[in-house]
Design a protein around this ligand. Structure first.
Ligand SMILES: [Zn+2]
Length: 725
């Protein structure tokens, strides 16, 4: 294929050899024509409703998509595939039909099990501006284009024993359903471009100069990134013009797709390291324009390697020879086998906010992490967005914490999903919904499943059982195509934990968690000891006798008849009903003699018994975690499994015994179950003041980031020099 930089166009030709490994005879083959998303009259454009993303929470890709006639599409150009030829090996035209983003090729004879069939397709299309998944970014300052090219060739649709042909149309929101294959791709570009692609370059000797080859060799033995193309060299290339063309040849084995990036603006750094300590070296690489520095040079390649390590440890060792992070447009990210296009761009002055840095590291982890889900654990993205995004976001959260305990992760912590869980019902759909039909895709397909898995790991199953089962799922389904049930089943199968209730609540429902600590009743054993019983009775009688009338009578100092006249008294005027008699003490000793040693210990212990009444107001059944704070200032946490609700999912009562008296009860004290209302989590209720603002501060302009503020404070503008890199 050729990348036409002058016209932002792809001109391609492919030979496909299709192997029928199914037990069925195939009369035709379906190919995917994803670029037709941008044609006039595509289902995607015609079915768009509304104008503004209702909650601002949708993924960047969907937001940027707009209508195909929207952002970045020139009015003068036609978009979508121009298929110029479909022929068999002998050059004979094959009959084909294009239905939107799908193309059916009719085979001259049915393809039987075990047979293969080769054919050729020629095509071209105009590249769109980067729309979240592929396209170009134009830099007006230097007049150059960065290309991030994906779903650029007619790709095979998947045929499997679950759905037959998976030829659900591409509407832009839900990603891809793909099959594994081996690729050999020749990419012709202007000769001043640097190309990054899925797989291994076969002809670096032809496309790189001697200095670059020497640096690459150095990088193959380096534990830290080595710059192959420097910023100075990239900046020089930006100003130059190509003197011809160059062809980069890549091969990739057992991948579900092939993507590449190309630009004369690329800085390139790399290192080949023994990621798993098993002697096999894997390339971690980054390609970025100068606009990405200083962040990209410092972090990208190191984060790539960290991701392979972290994900590999909880799934399987990364099987491919290379993993690449390219700096695409300022925000967002997109994944393909071995290569990803990621955002995270500093200010033009080289400073950046902490959010930009964390966003960049987070998105690189995420997109490189997608190599595991779905590039290798090859779930059907077109149907189930959560299967790759949810599992990947969960692993991303753990990799972020392994990068830095204090990493400001956006998703994964149970408390972060609360806003979504209590959103208006009309905005919610079960996780088990096709990604194309979900309103709030980010929270639904990324954050909620990631949070659910985190809760499963920390609160329901425990780390050991969870990690074992999760690893089993990844290994059982690598290079295969799992469905949701395969995931659910494997997690239970490998752990021995019944999780049906969990999948039902978190994946098939939209109800939130809201546990209510409705009541706590306190009991103590009646000790029967007359010295104890009567002393308590006396105290109680005195309390009850202390009425307002009695206080005022006593204060009035007027003497009563009985007080004045002793002849008006008898036995009962001096009788104390709370005095313990010897007979009573004897009876108590006789009673003790009838008790077993354990009963006797309990009778004398003064233990506290509490009946705790819990209500499930949210509907989503969860384990109960409850903290008891005792009167001596110590505390204790009790954990009860979700099975506690099995006889009544609305309300349960539980008896808890403690030696010490409990002064405060708190449900979910460590924010681990995504309870949407913490007001009803304490008993006695703790009141929280609502804060009101005395005055409102208005921020008219975007505040300077902390790096800029410090720069200003330490450097008076007059002496400020040029920017260093
Ligand atoms: Zn993703």
């Amino acid at each position: 294929m050729e990348l036409d930089d002058a016209n932002q166009k792809i001109i391609g030709s492919e030979t496909v050899t299709y192997f029928n490994n199914s037990p069925d005879e195939l009369k035709y083959i379906w190919l995917q024509l994803d670029q037709n998303l941008f044609q006039k009259g595509s289902i995607s454009s015609l079915s768009q409703t509304g104008a503004i993303n209702p909650a601002g929470m949708s993924s960047g890709a969907v937001q940027n998509l707009g209508t195909p006639r929207g952002i970045g599409l020139s009015k003068e150009k036609e978009y979508g595939y121009n298929i110029t030829s479909v022929r068999d090996k002998a050059g004979k035209p094959l009959k084909y039909t294009i239905n939107q983003t799908m193309m059916r090729i009719e085979l001259p004879a049915p393809l039987r099990t075990g047979q293969n069939y080769s054919f050729n397709v020629d095509w071209n299309y105009n590249i769109t501006e980067y729309y979240g998944r592929s396209g170009y970014e134009f830099f007006p300052k230097d007049g150059n284009y960065n290309y991030f090219i994906a779903h650029w060739f007619p790709r095979l649709a998947a045929y499997d024993d679950v759905s037959g042909w998976q030829n659900k149309q591409f509407l832009g929101g839900s990603e891809f359903t793909l099959i594994f294959g081996n690729y050999k791709v020749a990419i012709t570009t202007p000769n001043d471009h640097i190309v990054a692609a899925t797989g291994e370059c076969q002809n670096y000797k032809q496309v790189l100069n001697a200095t670059q080859l020497r640096r690459l060799d150095q990088a193959s033995r380096s534990k830290t990134p080595v710059v192959i193309v420097t910023q100075a060299e990239a900046e020089a290339a930006e100003k130059g013009k190509p003197s011809g063309k160059k062809t980069w040849i890549y091969t990739a084995q057992n991948v579900r797709d092939f993507a590449f990036a190309s630009s004369r603006k690329f800085i390139w750094d790399a290192m080949q390291t023994d990621v798993y300590g098993d002697g096999r070296k894997i390339w971690s690489m980054s390609y970025y324009p100068k606009e990405g520095n200083p962040l990209w040079g410092q972090y990208s390649t190191r984060v790539v390697e960290h991701t392979l390590k972290s994900y590999g440890n909880r799934t399987f060792k990364y099987p491919y020879p290379v993993a690449i992070s390219c700096h695409g447009t300022p925000g967002g990210g997109m994944e393909y086998p071995m290569i990803s296009f990621n955002g995270g761009r500093p200010e033009p002055d080289g400073t950046y906010s902490e959010q930009v840095k964390a966003g960049m590291i987070g998105v690189i982890i995420h997109e490189v992490g997608h190599n595991f889900f779905p590039m290798i654990v090859n779930s059907d993205e077109r149907q189930w967005t959560w299967m790759d995004e949810g599992l990947n976001t969960f692993c991303q959260y753990l990799a972020e914490k392994e990068w830095d305990y204090n990493f400001p992760s956006r998703r994964g912590e149970p408390q972060y999903i609360v806003d979504y869980m209590k959103a208006d019902k009309s905005l919610l759909s079960p996780i088990m919904t096709s990604g194309e039909n979900v309103i709030l895709l980010g929270p639904n397909a990324y954050a909620k499943p990631a949070t659910a898995l985190n809760i499963l790991r920390e609160t329901v199953m425990g780390r050991e059982l969870f990690d074992y089962a999760f690893k089993e799922y990844a290994n059982r389904w690598k290079f295969k195509s799992p469905t949701p049930a395969d995931f659910f089943r494997t997690m239970e199968d490998a752990s021995g934990v019944d999780l049906d209730w969990f999948w039902r609540g978190w994946f098939y429902g939209t109800e939130p968690v809201d546990q209510d600590l409705a009541q706590v009743e306190w009991f103590q054993v009646n000790s029967m000891n007359p010295d104890v019983v009567k002393a308590e009775a006396r105290a109680e009688a005195q309390r009850r006798a202390n009425t307002v009338s009695k206080q005022r009578d006593a204060a009035s100092k007027s003497e009563t008849v009985v007080a004045k006249d002793s002849s008006m008294r008898d036995f009962y005027n001096s009788y104390d009903p709370y005095t313990v008699t010897d007979a009573e003490r004897k009876r108590y000793q006789d009673y003790l003699a009838t008790l077993s040693p354990e009963e006797r210990k309990l009778a004398e212990s003064n233990a506290n018994f509490y009946t705790v009444t819990l209500k499930n107001k949210g509907g989503l059944v969860m384990p109960v975690v409850i903290r008891m704070e005792f009167e001596d200032g110590t505390d204790s946490v009790a954990r009860f499994p979700a099975e506690i609700w099995r006889f009544n999912a609305g309300q349960v009562r539980k008896v808890i015994a403690t030696d010490k008296k409990v002064v405060q009860w708190t449900l979910d004290p460590f924010q681990e179950i995504a309870d949407i209302d913490s007001e009803n989590n304490s008993f006695p209720r703790r009141s929280q003041p609502s804060r009101f603002q005395l005055f409102k501060q208005q921020q008219a302009t975007r505040p300077k980031n902390p790096m800029q503020q410090q720069k200003e404070a330490t450097q008076p503008p007059a002496t400020q020099g040029g920017r260093k890199n």
